[in-house]
Design a protein around this ligand. Structure first.
Ligand SMILES: Cc1cc2nc3c(=O)[nH]c(=O)nc-3n(C[C@H](O)[C@H](O)[C@H](O)COP(=O)(O)OP(=O)(O)OC[C@H]3O[C@@H](n4cnc5c(N)ncnc54)[C@H](O)[C@@H]3O)c2cc1C
Length: 435
């Protein structure tokens, strides 16, 4: 284990590992340091790993669309074998239900501008394709203790937007391991069970990191990909001074229920973004359904002050909120007695849009604020972060003249100024997991 690296990456989640792979491909000697025992063991492991393109901005849609092609081309993109096997892209397609949130209107415009393939479905087509769905509108989302939660509705949903290219990755932790192996094939190293406790600086530039056990690693570049610990790490680097957008951890529950027995949700189910009831859901192996929250206003947000200390148990109140909402959309759902699910943290930015940027400390960068919606983008983020780091290290003034990166698969051009720490809060954001 050397005590020098060209770039230390704090964190080995899916984005930390993707950043390592892309920098290693460029010839940087990378070292990822993670306090957990393996790649993707943190929040990445709890991710629903849904890959869809509906975001509130052109930039959000474009990056996610580019991401589709990495997952479809995973084996080629990695260019290595992994003794644990490769993560699989489950290309089930996405339904974005058209609801009174109006989110679909913003999204449609961006789909046309970016070139995302989509179909508009009428309520009749929706019923035909998903006969287990109740296509009534229940807006606004409510909690089960609301006396109107189970009210009958006379209103129909407006329809749905179907994107055939989207889906989910079956094993987000394995995807991180795949990226680790790909980075290692280009000389990248990984150090697990090791906590970065200090970021050393001299003359306004990073010089390396110190670990909790006292080991010092010298590096002219340090990249914060620490997920919900990102603000703590930024403070360690003294890099928060000029930031207009900050990050903080948000607790989130995902629940796991059997699909109705009369429908093969594994084979025929779709990922569905249901802003009308306030949930998203997708197929899970064994004819199950995973249910997450789209953060409706009626659900109190559970900000966490210490990312190492929060309640990791599924709560009855949130389980009922999410599972009962699904039971409104799929009335034949059988409500199980046992509550199953996972609880983890989003690293949420003030406007739910990530920060992929440099900082005012020389050599210190960040890929943070992923706000519960950036698993899908991990390989794209690896690419854009490697380009950004490389150009800034060669003297480019990214704050004045934001780096633009040409996408590998779609040829779209991503303006990294969109993700700047110096931006004003983006008023077009959905301020939810939809970004
Ligand atoms: C419940 C849930 C559901 C989600 N669903 C989706 C989805 O369907 N689709 C989607 O696109 N995105 C989703 N996301 C978001 C997505 O999973 C994240 O954006 C992504 O996994 C972030 O990866 P990362 O590499 O930045 O960080 P993380 O996975 O958060 O990893 C950060 C790592 O940094 C390490 N670390 C932190 N501090 C230190 C330190 N001081 N020293 C050493 N190591 C440190 C941690 O141990 C951790 O392993 C979801 C997230 C959650 C929590």
């Amino acid at each position: 284990m050397s005590k020098k690296a060209d770039a230390v990456i704090i964190g080995a989640g899916v984005i930390g590992a993707a950043t390592a792979y892309e920098l290693a491909r460029k010839g940087y000697k990378t070292l990822n340091i993670d306090k957990l025992p393996a790649a993707g063991y943190g929040p990445t492991s709890a991710s629903c790993a849904i890959v869809r393109a509906h975001y509130s901005s052109w930039d959000g849609v474009a990056m996610a669309y580019e991401g589709f092609f990495y997952w479809k081309d995973w084996e080629n993109y990695l260019g290595v074998e992994d003794e644990s096997g490769l993560a699989k892209y489950m290309n089930c397609g996405t339904l974005l239900l058209e609801s009174q949130t109006g989110h679909h209107e913003k999204v449609l415009k961006h789909y046309r501008d970016v070139g995302v393939e989509y179909e508009e479905w009428s309520p009749e087509q929706l019923k035909e394709r998903m006969p287990i769905f109740d296509t009534h509108a229940f807006y606004p989302p409510k909690r089960p203790d609301d006396p109107h939660f189970w009210d009958q509705s006379e209103d129909e949903l407006m329809g749905a937007i179907y994107t055939p290219g989207s889906g989910y990755v079956n094993d987000p932790q394995l995807a991180s391991h795949n990226l680790q192996r790909a980075a290692e094939a280009h000389g990248g190293e990984f150090l697990f069970r090791s906590t970065v406790s200090d970021i050393r600086r001299d003359n306004g530039r990073v010089t390396g990191v110190t670990l909790a056990d006292g080991l010092e690693i010298d590096a002219p570049i340090v990249i914060n990909v620490a997920g919900p610990h990102s603000d703590i790490v930024n403070q360690m680097a003294g890099a928060t001074g000029d930031m207009k957008v900050r990050t903080k951890p948000l607790r989130h529950e995902v629940h796991h229920v059997p699909a109705p027995p009369d429908f093969d949700y594994d084979a025929d189910g779709l990922h569905c973004s249901d802003g009308d009831t306030g949930i998203y859901f997708r197929p899970e192996s064994g004819n199950h359904i995973l249910i997450g929250s789209e953060d409706p206003d009626c659900d109190e947000r559970q900000w966490v002050s210490d990312p190492d200390n929060y309640d990791r148990h599924v709560t009855e109140a949130q389980w009922e909120a999410q599972v009962f909402r699904l039971a409104r959309r799929i009335p034949s759902l059988r409500i199980p007695n046992e509550r199953k699910g996972v609880v983890d943290l989003y690293d949420c930015s003030d406007d739910w849009i990530p920060i992929y940027d440099k900082s005012d400390v020389g050599g210190y960068y960040m890929a943070i604020g992923t706000s519960g919606n950036q698993f899908k983008n991990a390989p794209v983020v690896g690419h854009v972060m490697a380009e950004l780091v490389d150009r800034v290290e060669q003297g480019h003034d990214h704050d004045q003249d934001p780096v633009k990166v040409k996408c590998r698969y779609t040829d779209l051009e991503l303006d990294m100024g969109f993700y700047s720490r110096l931006r004003e809060i983006n008023p077009n954001s959905s301020f939810s997991v939809n970004g």
